[in-house]
Design a protein around this ligand. Sequence first.
Ligand SMILES: Nc1ncnc2c1ncn2[C@@H]1O[C@H](COP(=O)(O)OP(=O)(O)OP(=O)(O)O)[C@@H](O)[C@H]1O
Ligand SMILES: [Mg+2]
Length: 316
Amino acid sequence: MPLGKRIAAPAEKPPGPHAGNPSPQAEGFTLFQAEEPGYTFDDIILNHDTYDAIQDVLALYGKRELLFDQWGLGATHKKQNRAGINLYGHPGTGKSMAAHAIAHQLGKKLLIVDYSQIESKYVGETAKNLVAMFQYAKDSQSIIFFDEADALLSRRVTNMSNSTDVSVNQTRSVLLVLINDYDDLILFATNFITNYDPAFIRRIPAHIKFELPDEENRRRLWRMYIPRKMPTDADIQKLAADYSGVSGADISNAVLNASLRAARREEKLVCHACFAEAIERIISSKADNSGLGEQASRRTVSEDYVKEQFGGVLPK
Ligand SMILES: Nc1ncnc2c1ncn2[C@@H]1O[C@H](COP(=O)(O)OP(=O)(O)OP(=O)(O)O)[C@@H](O)[C@H]1O
Ligand SMILES: [Mg+2]
């Protein structure tokens, strides 16, 4: 589930003397906007391994002097004093939240990049925009976060049969260089990818898996998302024990859905069965949708669109 404000594609430019002027700031809109992190680690229920793995990578920042000067890693691990983290795993397990929490812990802003927008909307303008984006992140001291970066990290198109594939590969080649040369933290979040591009994977030192919550964490999530002052007879132990295979997002949604229904029916309380029914509905809709994932995540851009972006001529 997307979180936060994304880098927007430039708004339509008004026709007039400025038409064709490439300066986005002068046109009165902002191409990149870093934001204050919206979550801290106190807001996220994570298992210990995941949390520890994140903190290990962040030690690069807190313990840089000890590691690279006093312990000598500066000589043996020359280009490895920078960090990249790919947060990967099931949908709705807190990956986007964790990116916010990491930025918060480091006292930085987050520059959230929707890579799918870059591929589809920046065709033709890509290289320029990407360079500007990395520069902006550097100048504003913010952390670049490629949220939902599945398309970016999946294998590049090798059988380039059309201009869309060509431009997508060009985008990724530019990005590879920029990522390679950048010497601050870059975050990525992805769902499970079956077909990683090794060129990208090699450049990201840490891959941290987000699991679905176990029973103990489900208990904590139900407890966290059912407000203390809500009138309810919910048995949280039982909800956590009875419904496995659900994410933090599922539990949060179930609480909301159950509350809406109870309010609409003017119930005196949001009953245990209301929550049970709501999470069951979510589980069954996930099962119904499970075959559609791949189909839904594929994005195509028409050749006409690409042609338009290249000024009427398709690139060779
Ligand atoms: N580990 C968690 N702890 C607390 N709340 C969670 C957790 N995971 C998910 N949530 C809830 O679900 C919502 C979505 O979480 P988030 O966007 O971070 O998931 P995600 O892993 O990035 O999902 P996706 O893969 O779909 O992008 C959060 O706003 C929060 O309400
Ligand atoms: Mg996410």
